[in-house]
Ligand binder design. Structure first.
Ligand SMILES: *[C@@H]1O[C@H](CO)[C@@H](O)[C@H](O)[C@H]1NC(C)=O
Ligand SMILES: *[C@@H]1O[C@H](CO)[C@@H](O)[C@H](O)[C@H]1NC(C)=O
Ligand SMILES: *[C@@H]1O[C@H](CO)[C@@H](O)[C@H](O)[C@H]1NC(C)=O
Ligand SMILES: *[C@@H]1O[C@H](CO)[C@@H](O)[C@H](O)[C@H]1NC(C)=O
Ligand SMILES: *[C@@H]1O[C@H](CO)[C@@H](O)[C@H](O)[C@H]1NC(C)=O
Length: 188
């Protein structure tokens, strides 16, 4: 009787843990596109070009099923760039016909939201999640999904072209690449 119960429990555990292990779907993290100085809203012309032509081009190759972006919690600090992150994400979402989920940033935010939303999506899907996050809040996101790009957080805040590709089986195994957007990334 006891043994049967144990077997049932093990089978139940395996149906979630074991399939997510075999599926091994990577997830991706990018930041908002370039924003104007002095806290002016929106994206710069370069940021807009990145969002409207380059990102849809790069990420439509990567089997993305859900985009997660951030919102600013009502207690959140000034100057957060979640509106720019959303603006960066919208053209890709439209191109792919997929939804954008949100998680709050800031003091009152639920730190488990990014991980929970990711895990919930990949329970029922083999498509990848793409986080499009506030460039000034990358450190929190990276901590909340328990990964580590081995990069100085300033690098992530400074360079809007970076893509982190995270292996969910080994969260410390992160590939860092550039979007290589034509005419705007790399050296002149
Ligand atoms: C993202 O931008 C779209 C288009 O402007 C808007 O409809 C949507 O409400 C925005 N979402 C968030 C979370 O700000
Ligand atoms: C987007 O969200 C809406 C509302 O939750 C849902 O009805 C729709 O099926 C979703 N679309 C996709 C492509 O997942
Ligand atoms: C995900 O992929 C695995 C292995 O290929 C497959 O068994 C499973 O049915 C797929 N799940 C979904 C929701 O497509
Ligand atoms: C993310 O969620 C998974 C599954 O619920 C859990 O095992 C893991 O510990 C969570 N990671 C973090 C950083 O909370
Ligand atoms: C960008 O170019 C580098 C160097 O050529 C390459 O390794 C990387 O895969 C490219 N990134 C993408 C997203 O294709």
């Amino acid at each position: 009787m006891r043994l049967q119960l144990l077997q049932l429990v093990l089978a139940a555990l395996c149906s979630t843990a074991c399939t997510s292990k075999t599926a091994n779907i990577p997830f991706y993290i990018i930041s908002n596109g370039e924003t104007p100085s002095l806290g002016r809203p929106g994206l710069t012309p370069i940021g807009k070009q990145r969002a409207e032509s380059c990102i849809p081009n790069v990420f439509s190759q990567l089997n993305i099923g859900l985009i997660i972006t951030c919102t600013v919690d009502r207690d959140g600090k000034e100057g957060l760039k979640c509106a720019a992150a959303n603006e960066t994400a919208v053209p890709l979402a439209k191109t792919l016909g997929i939804n954008i989920s949100t998680c709050a940033t800031g003091d009152g935010a639920d730190d488990d939201c990014p991980n929970n939303t990711l895990q919930k999506f990949n329970k029922n899907s083999n498509q990848s999640v793409l986080f499009v996050w506030d460039s000034t809040d990358m450190e929190d996101l990276i901590e909340n999904v328990d990964t580590d790009a081995g990069l100085d957080n300033d690098q992530l805040a400074l360079h809007a072209d970076l893509i982190l590709t995270v292996n969910p089986k080994d969260l410390r195994n992160v590939a860092v690449t550039s979007m290589n957007c034509t005419g705007i990334d790399g050296t002149a």
